[in-house]
Design a protein around this ligand. Structure first.
Ligand SMILES: [Zn+2]
Length: 372
């Protein structure tokens, strides 16, 4: 079958090539791949900064944001049937396993020995087919197929919101306002999740007015152009007390500005990372005082587990019902597999670029015909 592979650690080694078909064992499912979303991790893998081939292979099939359709099932995988739309989870528990992986919370792995499909030690999904155990697949209704590839990035936001709610159960918590830093896919999806809870949401980004700000306004949120207004306590004076700040740019100085912006009892969630050794002079006494005297919390979050995929699938449905046509606008390009490398190029108006491995067809409910 055709697959997009890299030689991990070698910049520019990404290529489309023939690889052996995946082999199935009992309890596994063969999935035909339809769409694969491309993100910053894929860009780093293609630049040779990240990525690890499976043991015994000298290449890694990339791609971890998937949407596919069950082709065949084996004994022990009867919860799924041919034709079901599925999204695969990315991380797999470490072999020890640590206490978190043993409890199904591999996103909280303690020893770092977990594997990740398309990233770390396991082949990914940017190929014609993949094979997976049923327990790592999440089923989606056919009506959500057109936006199903957004489920994996949505789970990053799902986990963040879940963690915020758990941490804030420490107090009487009635959040009114949130600021999202960054209008990339994860930032926009977090904004939509918080709008579903009817919060007053502001999305802060360095891109000027355009399709992204229009998307933000379409969900009933406000767009803040970073060039016009700086993050900090003055911003909170203008828009009102900020209970939640979700950082999704990976520009680390914003984390400190966020501490200076969030209201007393508020929470700052960091989800973005940037490689590098950026140094910054900060007002340590001031930030320490803000955290202590304001009962403020700053925490980091990564990856997601099955709970977040399941809540994400429910929320995709709710979002489609409340803002019809909003989610499809997040997918700003669909590329043929031969043009996978264009997936990592980001123009100011690009949000999520997707590689279309096979076109999405939905079975007609009445006559069973396939239609595009
Ligand atoms: Zn673990």
């Amino acid at each position: 079958m055709k697959a997009v592979v890299v030689a991990p650690g070698q910049a520019g080694s990404g290529r489309l090539q023939e690889v052996p078909d995946p082999t199935r064992r009992s309890g596994e499912v063969l999935v035909r791949v339809h769409e694969i979303g491309i993100d910053g991790t894929d860009a780093e893998i293609l630049e040779g900064q990240y990525g690890e081939a499976p043991p015994g292979d000298d290449y890694l099939i990339i791609g971890h944001e998937s949407l596919g359709r069950v082709e065949t099932v084996t004994d022990g995988a009867e919860d799924l049937a041919p034709g079901d739309w599925v999204v695969a989870m990315v991380r797999r528990p470490d072999p020890v396993p640590c206490r978190n992986c043993a409890a199904g919370e591999w996103d909280m792995c303690l020893n770092g020995l977990y594997t990740e499909r398309g990233i770390k030690g396991l082949h990914g999904f940017l190929a014609e087919y993949y094979v997976e155990q049923q327990r790592y697949l999440v089923k989606l209704p056919g009506e959500l197929a057109a936006v199903g590839v957004l489920l994996e990035p949505l789970t990053i936001a799902e986990k963040a919101v879940d963690q915020i709610q758990r941490i804030q159960s420490r107090l009487v918590w009635e959040p009114k306002r949130a600021v999202i830093l960054g209008s990339g896919p994860v930032g926009l999806l977090a904004a939509i999740l918080l709008r579903l809870q009817d919060l007053d949401v502001h999305v802060y980004d360095r891109a000027g007015p355009g399709p992204k700000s229009a998307l933000v306004e379409a969900m009933g949120a406000h767009y803040i152009w970073a060039e016009k207004r700086r993050l900090g306590h003055k911003l909170a004076n203008e828009i009102g007390p900020v209970d939640i700040i979700f950082e999704a740019t990976g520009y680390s100085p914003l984390a400190f500005d966020a501490i200076d912006t969030v209201a007393p009892n508020g929470i700052v969630c960091l989800s973005g990372v940037s490689g590098g050794g950026r140094r910054l002079e900060v007002s340590a006494d001031h930030l320490n005082l803000e955290l202590v005297l304001g009962n403020r919390v700053v925490f980091g979050t990564v990856n997601a587990n099955r709970r977040h995929f399941e809540s994400g699938a429910r929320h995709l449905n709710e979002i489609e019902a409340r803002w019809p046509g909003l989610l499809p606008r997040i997918i700003t390009a669909r590329l043929p597999i031969e043009q996978f490398a264009e997936g990592v190029l980001r123009g100011p108006n690009d949000v999520k670029k997707v590689v279309e491995v096979a076109p999405i067809t939905v079975s007609g409910a009445i006559d069973g015909d396939e239609r595009t």
